[in-house]
Design a protein around this ligand. Structure first.
Ligand code: NAP
Length: 292
């Protein structure tokens, strides 16, 4: 029976990693927050968490201590696309050290879109012989607090090239809670790849309506074409690669059937995934707090 006691969390300052640390810190495990030396300082860390240096681009940052870990939560930072350069060194060192378990945060559809970097990391893991599990989540609700935030906070607008395409928004809190369970009790999940979705299939017009209701004032969805959207993001200072990914992420679903809802989130959490309306109330509080 595998019960990891020492767990390294990559992306510790990110949406999923920061919440995962909070969940794991309620259990008798030792968590190590991997911090990129040139990156952000992890904020509000539970006291039991130890910060260690970790940079995918500098394997020397983690080589000395990786052998002491039982498990790793692995993600792909959005700007790192070269799988051989950034992820192979980690997997090779994990093999050398006989790491017991890796949980990889991939993305929904990675197995069908073999050109995206996540697909390469999934292949690397499958070929590695390491015990692992792959999470393939759908669209994060918390994107509203990241790339979509300026339009929302300043003009109560959602501006995207998504047309009427439906997404399956999932609460990152649910992903983190589920990831914590898998890391604490990995046995039943070894070798699995789980598609994770929220509870509903919604387009951005429908999400705007739910948000308007929660906020008590109108939030408008303004669909735009892919090129104007890309140029708008560039004007706002988004790097070209990230602007392209953001454009494709919202534009491509217009041309494919909406994926089915997955039962896995509920099966592992033991409760239904958070509905968008509940997240919308949280987001509305944040918008109000940011309004002068
Ligand atoms: N957004 C969505 O809708 C969605 C849906 C499905 C899957 N995903 C996938 O989820 C992943 C992102 O997860 P997230 O949103 O939790 O992360 P995030 O908030 O984008 O944060 C990225 C994390 O990676 C760290 N990082 C950046 N460069 C690094 C490096 N060279 N070495 C080590 N760490 C580095 C960052 O640290 P610093 O703070 O120091 O920069 C940060 O902690 C992506 O692979 C994305 O494709 C996203």
């Amino acid at each position: 029976m595998l019960r990891p006691k020492k767990i390294l969390i990559t992306g510790a300052t990110g949406l999923v990693g920061s919440r995962l640390l909070r969940h794991l810190s309620m259990h008798p495990v030792k968590c190590y927050a991997g911090r990129r030396p040139a990156g952000r300082e992890p904020a509000d860390l539970p006291p039991s968490v130890e910060v260690v240096p970790f940079d995918f681009a500098e394997p020397d940052t983690y080589t000395s201590y990786l052998g002491q870990m039982d498990a790793v939560f692995l993600l792909r930072p959005p700007q790192l696309a070269d799988v051989a350069r950034y992820f192979e060194p980690l997997i090779h060192r994990a093999q050398d050290n006989r790491l017991k378990f890796i949980l990889f945060l991939s993305v929904q559809g990675a197995d069908k879109r073999r050109f995206i970097p996540h697909a390469g990391i999934e292949r690397l893991l499958r070929d590695s012989g390491l015990s692992h599990c792959i999470l393939q989540p759908s669209y994060f609700m918390q994107n509203f607090e990241q790339a979509l935030w300026p339009d929302l906070a300043e003009r109560r607008e959602i501006v995207l090239p998504a047309g009427r395409a439906r997404f399956l928004p999932i609460d990152v809190e649910d992903i983190a809670a589920l990831a914590a369970r898998i890391l604490l009790y990995p046995d039943a999940h070894i070798g699995q790849a789980y598609e994770l979705t929220g509870a509903e299939r919604l387009n951005f017009g429908e999400m705007a309506r739910q948000l308007s209701e929660a906020l008590g004032e109108p939030v408008t969805y303004r669909p735009v074409g892919p090129l104007p959207y890309y140029l708008r993001q560039r004007r706002r200072g988004m790097p070209p690669g990230q602007a392209l990914v953001m454009t494709l992420l919202h534009w491509l679903p217009r041309f494919t059937p909406t994926p089915a809802l997955s039962p896995v989130t509920e099966q592992i959490l033991g409760r239904p995934p958070t509905p968008f309306s509940v997240y919308a109330r949280r987001l509305a509080r944040r918008i109000r707090a940011a309004t002068p």
